[in-house]
Design a protein around this ligand. Structure first.
Ligand SMILES: NC(=O)c1ccc[n+]([C@@H]2O[C@H](COP(=O)([O-])OP(=O)(O)OC[C@H]3O[C@@H](n4cnc5c(N)ncnc54)[C@H](O)[C@@H]3O)[C@@H](O)[C@H]2O)c1
Length: 294
């Protein structure tokens, strides 16, 4: 029996227009939750609200970096459903185009951190008084990149490592209020954010094939993540790892990280791919530096 049944709960989901967010909204709605679909892609969330039908959905235009918009969205949620029990801080972006730390555009790097790390903090901060009052649950979306080497993906990986720490601290702190928090660690999932590792960018696609051998590099469906999220909420799980094949890598990260870091540094083809990535970004980087006074 679940310790925290989903039916009747009001669940605020950011990134609800995206692969994992939308799949999770469908799953939670089918189990009787009120779902708030928060995303800056309001056309997509409105379409999803129509698909789900009935009076247990609310689509709201929200940029998770905007504290005012988040506060308004939380107020509208509480007005509509009489409170807010669970927040799933899930919106995220990757650097586009992928780049190394030496060549990435400053604005691109900082926007990824602002959405992926500060967006989680701002979302949770806005919702937390309601979650505490309801003795509810917070789930934040990290990634296996919280502990896997983030080469060619540094602002994303550093944000996900930060989200993990945020979720762990919150888990410990919310216990005194009778509420709870957990961290979601998806492996690869077939959604637009994973596009550059699955064909839309040839260098990072090849990097994934080398750095994530065999099953670790295979993507799962958003629906599978959604099932794991639902179970994680129902059980107030501190960690939700999906697919489960990543569990030993997380458990043994203290031993495995130095080994995989060494491979990342020394692997001849990875080095060559990094060089190609930097060469392809070279022109952009130089023109940015002449444009930007420092
Ligand atoms: N797909 C994967 O392989 C994978 C793996 C691990 C973790 N994740 C994480 O899962 C989460 C969901 O990603 P997804 O795979 O569904 O990708 P996605 O690109 O399908 O969805 C991301 C959603 O976030 C929304 N979003 C982006 N910036 C926003 C902002 N500032 N304000 C509001 N909404 C914003 C987008 O509109 C989109 O709907 C992300 O945090 C991502 O980092 C994804």
């Amino acid at each position: 029996m679940p310790t925290y049944p989903i039916a009747g709960k009001t669940i605020f989901i950011t990134g609800a227009a995206g692969g994992i967010g939308a799949a999770t909204a469908r799953t939670l709605h089918s189990r009787g939750a009120n779902v708030v679909l928060a995303d800056w892609g309001i056309d997509a969330t409105s379409a999803l609200a129509r698909e789900l039908a009935g009076d247990r959905t609310l689509a709201l235009p929200v940029d998770v970096t905007d504290t005012v918009a988040l506060a308004e969205a939380v107020d509208r949620t509480a007005d509509r459903f009489g409170g807010l029990d669970v927040v799933f801080a899930n919106a995220g972006i990757g650097a586009d185009p992928p780049a190394t730390i030496a060549t990435i555009e400053e604005a691109t790097f900082e926007r990824v951190v602002e959405v992926d790390l500060l967006g989680v903090w701002r979302t949770v901060r806005a919702a937390l008084p309601h979650v505490i009052a309801a003795r509810g649950h917070v789930l934040v979306t990290a990634s296996v990149y919280a502990y896997f080497n983030g080469m060619a993906n540094a602002p994303y990986a550093m944000s996900k490592a930060g989200v993990e720490q945020f979720g762990r601290a919150l888990h410990a702190e919310l216990g005194i209020h009778g509420a709870s928090a957990g961290v979601l660690y998806p492996g690869w999932v077939h959604t637009p954010i994973a596009g550059p590792a699955f064909g839309s960018h040839d260098i990072t696609t090849r990097m994934r094939e080398i750095a994530f051998p065999s099953l670790l590099g295979k993507a799962i469906t958003p629906a599978r993540v959604a099932d794991a999220v639902a179970r994680g909420i129902e059980n107030r799980s501190a960690r939700v790892m999906v697919p489960r094949r990543w569990v030993p890598f997380s458990a043994l990260r203290g031993v495995l990280n130095p080994v995989t870091d060494l491979i990342a540094e020394r692997h001849p083809e990875l080095r060559q791919l990094l060089r190609r990535l930097e060469e392809s970004a070279g022109a952009t980087g130089k023109s940015r530096q002449t444009d930007t006074p420092r």
